[in-house]
Design a protein around this ligand. Structure first.
Ligand code: FUB
Length: 339
């Protein structure tokens, strides 16, 4: 009987996770936070470029001390990525002082836009934009950050001809320093029964370089229609938002931070509200993971990172990809981050 139960458990664990094994995309340098896009029928990866640093103030993310962005290209998700070289450097961004964190990219007309967070000279994260005529850059940064933006992890969604920017990240990402878009370092820490802080959304102006509206909260609800609570660390938003469409639904996915998971919620339009659905990926080796979800040749893929190749150093991360599958109800089949 015990043997039967054990065999059933093994079988259950195998079907509870999607089967496809992940693979690493690049071996020579450390890259993380992959935002993947298909531009002009080619696969482009816009990652952070992790470097070794002597900075040790891990509590505010100071050890993620990145100084440039590279763009990578891929012929197919089963092959290794190619480094197209440096696309933008810290020294060429007039307003930024340090920490080039997770970027994203968008295309409009014949122009390509790189969106990125960095700390300004006062140590405050802002969002910048840089433009290029080519998807792999080089990109030229605007003189100032995008007015009205703050915190980290921009994600730009194109939907029905409009572009929306999502952003936000807790702790080192400074989202807790804002209420109603107003900055203060003195807001009290949230009680675990208060509503969790939420990612932000704003529509971009036609020029792709300015917000057309003040950022709004992206509501994430539980199964009873209530906002997730700050103490619900297995489900509430922490950082690294991504949005994709599948079968007429919008999927908002993100990292849960301290519980190290990737999870998702679904909604009917880019603004939400989104209703929590479940896990995508269990914790990886390393503190963070940060992802994108993209359809390539009629299959869906999860791009993310872990710190296995660096022996678990949280600030030296490596890019991975694996196939992502949905069940017949559109639910994402959860995957094992330790694979
Ligand atoms: O890469 C630096 C930060 O770590 C990103 O902005 C976060 O999403 C986390 O991956």
């Amino acid at each position: 009987m015990a043997l039967k139960k054990a065999l059933a458990m093994v079988f259950f664990t195998q079907i509870a996770f999607a089967q496809e094994k992940p693979q690493y995309l690049f071996d020579d340098l450390y890259f993380a936070d992959p935002s993947v896009h298909i531009f002009d029928k080619k696969i482009y990866i816009y990652p952070s470029h992790d470097i070794h640093t002597e900075v040790t103030d891990a509590a505010n993310g100071g050890h993620f001390n990145m100084k440039d962005y590279h763009v990578l290209t891929l012929n197919s998700p089963t092959e290794k990525a190619k480094d197209e070289g440096i696309a933008l450097k810290l020294e060429d961004i007039p307003w930024a002082e340090k920490q080039l964190w997770a970027p994203d990219a968008a295309k409009k007309g014949k122009n390509y836009y790189l969106y990125f967070p960095a700390k300004d000279t006062k140590g405050i994260f802002r969002m910048g934009v840089a433009t290029s005529k080519k998807p792999a850059g080089p990109f030229k940064a605007e003189k100032n950050p995008i007015s009205g933006t703050y915190s980290i992890d921009p994600k730009v969604l194109e939907d029905k001809g409009k572009h929306y920017i999502y952003f936000g990240g807790l702790k080192g990402g400074q989202l807790q320093q804002y209420r109603n878009n107003i900055h203060s370092e003195n807001y009290p820490e949230l009680n675990k029964d208060e509503n969790a802080l939420l990612p932000k959304i704003a529509i971009l102006k036609n020029n792709m370089k300015e917000l057309a509206e003040a950022p709004k909260d992206v509501k994430i609800l539980d199964e009873n229609g209530n906002l997730l609570k700050a103490g619900d660390q297995n489900r509430r938003f922490f950082e690294g938002v991504w949005v994709h469409r599948y079968q007429n639904k919008y999927y908002l996915s993100y990292s849960t931070g301290e519980t190290h998971k990737l999870v998702y919620a679904t909604g009917d339009n880019p603004y939400g509200p989104f209703t929590f659905q479940g896990d995508i990926l269990s914790p990886v080796v390393g503190w963070t993971t940060h992802h994108s979800i993209v359809e390539i040749d009629k299959k869906w893929y999860l791009f993310y990172h872990d710190s296995k190749p660096s022996g678990g150093k949280s600030y030296l991360r490596s890019l991975k990809v694996r196939e992502l599958k949905y069940d017949e109800n559109g639910k994402i089949i959860p995957m094992n981050g330790q694979d």
